[in-house]
Design a binder for this molecule. Structure first.
Ligand code: ATP
Length: 307
């Protein structure tokens, strides 16, 4: 992966009247990567995305593509799938795709060929000559996705791309995102579906109340994140001994002991101690999931605000 960021946000802020929707956010998004933009409702994701796309004027800071401010001409290099979908309902699907591609400077013949390929890739070839009106919400979402990728942009921004899609189509979309990344495209997307983000993101940024909470390489974030619990099953269903090193409390759920541990606990030593008092069938000290990190960070921040 190339380390030169394709997109940089430098201390970007945006308020709506007294509401600080985005507060001093700085990010570097690596080229040819998949970047998840995560945060609870109202965190400021859409405001940030609209600022990047030049749809909104941000109040202060800089947004740079390849180190340069985004100009109108450069917008052809960026594909954008907005949160609110907007297609011409009376137009045939194929004509819609060709029309939108031409707006992005793709010659008509090339646009038509690519539109046919995209319809096939999205399993919508049978719908090419049908009007958008006749399509389900999920199908319209896929048409809009095809329109976003069809001009072959270097950078694609997808606002909530999975919303309204069933698990089969989520998988289809996930594979498309991975394939396009492998061809060199950078894909940024916002989502609430953390399990999806976890499956495909190279890097993430978590924002809450307009502020960046954490960002960077997802694997590194998970590796560096303090372990909070380990799971234990004893062969003879005994209770783990009291006073184990680093263990703050324990609870039994569905036959599995969940041990809350201090950050910095030596899990090898803990396992040795557990073995001294019983026969251990399962000892799981897995890294926290993205969902656990997300919930933990957001709760922590909200507690600090109300304290
Ligand atoms: P969601 O996940 O619910 O789509 P989001 O992370 O995309 O949320 P934004 O839509 O960027 O969040 O909103 C951030 C904050 O700015 C919220 O408090 C929202 O109420 C406020 N906001 C957004 N758009 C406007 C607007 N046009 N006028 C006033 N306030 C706005």
């Amino acid at each position: 992966m190339n380390s030169q960021p394709i997109l940089s946000l430098q201390s970007v802020s945006k308020s709506y009247g007294t509401i600080k929707a985005v507060s001093d956010i700085s990010l570097d998004i690596p080229k040819a990567s998949i970047y998840g933009f995560l945060g609870p409702n109202g965190a400021g994701k859409t405001t940030t995305i609209r600022s990047i796309m030049g749809i909104l004027m941000y109040d202060s800071g800089n947004i740079l593509i390849d180190g340069q401010p985004l100009t109108r001409d450069q917008l052809d290099r960026v594909g954008y799938l907005p949160e609110e979908r907007g297609l011409y309902r009376k137009m045939k699907c194929i004509d819609q795709l060709v029309f939108l591609a031409e707006l992005k400077s793709v010659p008509r013949k090339v646009a038509r060929k690519r539109a046919e390929e995209w319809l096939e890739r999205l399993e919508l070839s049978d719908w090419a000559e049908k009007k958008v009106d006749a399509l389900s919400k999920g199908m319209q979402q896929k048409i809009q996705l095809a329109a976003t990728f069809l001009p072959e942009p270097e950078l694609v921004i997808l606002d909530e791309p999975f919303s309204g899609l069933d698990p089969i189509n989520i998988e289809l979309l996930r594979n498309i995102i991975l394939e396009e990344r492998d061809k060199g495209c950078t894909i940024i997307f916002s989502t609430h579906i953390l399990a999806e983000a976890e499956k495909i993101c190279d890097s993430i940024c978590l924002i809450e109340a307009g502020k960046k909470v954490l960002d960077g390489n997802l694997e590194k974030i998970r590796k560096d994140y303090p372990l909070k619990t380990v799971k234990v099953i004893y062969h003879n269903e005994e209770k783990p001994a009291e006073g184990l090193p680093g263990v703050e409390n324990m609870e039994l759920k569905d036959g599995i002991w969940k041990l809350a541990i201090d950050s910095g606990t030596d899990t090898d030593l803990l396992l040795d101690k557990l073995r001294e008092t019983g026969s251990v069938d399962l000892f799981s000290a897995n890294r926290p999931s993205l969902e656990e990190i997300f919930l933990n960070e957001v709760h922590q921040l909200r507690q600090e605000v109300t304290a």
